[in-house]
Write a new protein. Sequence first.
Length: 372
Amino acid sequence: MKSQSKVIFGALAVLLAVGIALWSQKQLPPAPVPTSSASSKPLLTPAVPEPNPKELLASIAQPKPVTPPSTGDQRPFAKMGVLERDAILDEIAKKDLPAIFQAMLDAGRVEHDPRKQSALATTFAGALHERTPTPEFLVQLRKFIEDKSNPSLERDTLVGALAMAATTDTANFFLNLATTSSDKQLRESAAGGLSEIRGATHEDLAPAIEKLWRESNDEIVVTAMSLTMTKVGASSSMELLVSAALAKDGADDMRKHAALNALETATILNDHAVPPLAARLANQSPASVASKMAGATLARISRPTAAQALITWLQDANSSAAPLVHDYLVRTQYAEIWELALDPSVPFRSEANREAIRASLAQLKASYKSGP
């Protein structure tokens, strides 16, 4: 029985092999039969052109551009490397201002990526700093900030980006919003954004800032404008602040306290801020309120003109000013200017003040040698 089964399986195997062979013959086209007749034509195969060596070299030398991933399937910024994130930000930064702003919104609304949105806020601020926005676009931004249906986070992010841009355009934007908006919270927010504007490059804004400081009855706005005035450092602004700071109690305490706070904390870098302070020092004793306030403010101004103003006052002051010298000298720096006061030809009402300068310079140099 077993031998019979083997014969049957062997026969089936042979039949299967024959069937496969016949099927293969049907599937393949018949091979051409060569002929020696003169009228027959040889079979031609299409010629493959040889590659041009120059074109081949060029294709190797030029790298293929890397296309950033689309918004829909892009990984979160937190999972990207620095180079990958920078490549995306650089690509978006090439777009116009409205497109960058929209990308910033989409990062939060569509991609739900707060880290990317924060990075794009910085990108948007940089673009605003370098380019001039159209009046129409600024109107759109104001409407966006005023529209309370927009999330407060987005509105605050936009205010922060405008403040970070720190241009005349953005400063005027905040001034307009702070003076014309009917919303108290928006006025205060605009004033806060304006307080980030600093430097003598914005001194042309001083008249408008001073007007807002004088006319506003909002303590937050007045405080923010006081800080803005010190940071801009226009001479007229400093005169207003010094006068307010030295005013009698009860005359205008809101502006008095705001001015004192600004003069005590702000970093002033404009040389034009020095003369109003130096004028308050003239003919004042070291114990007077005016000299203490003006002297301390000048000491915080890291400018050669401020150091010289303090030395000029010390030349005319009595010996009670000597204990103040070390603090003034250390805070203003510019040791080379203070050293000029050691020249015997420079007149001093009290030699105690000159000796205090000498001793303070020696301590300063010793601290340099000993290191931190």
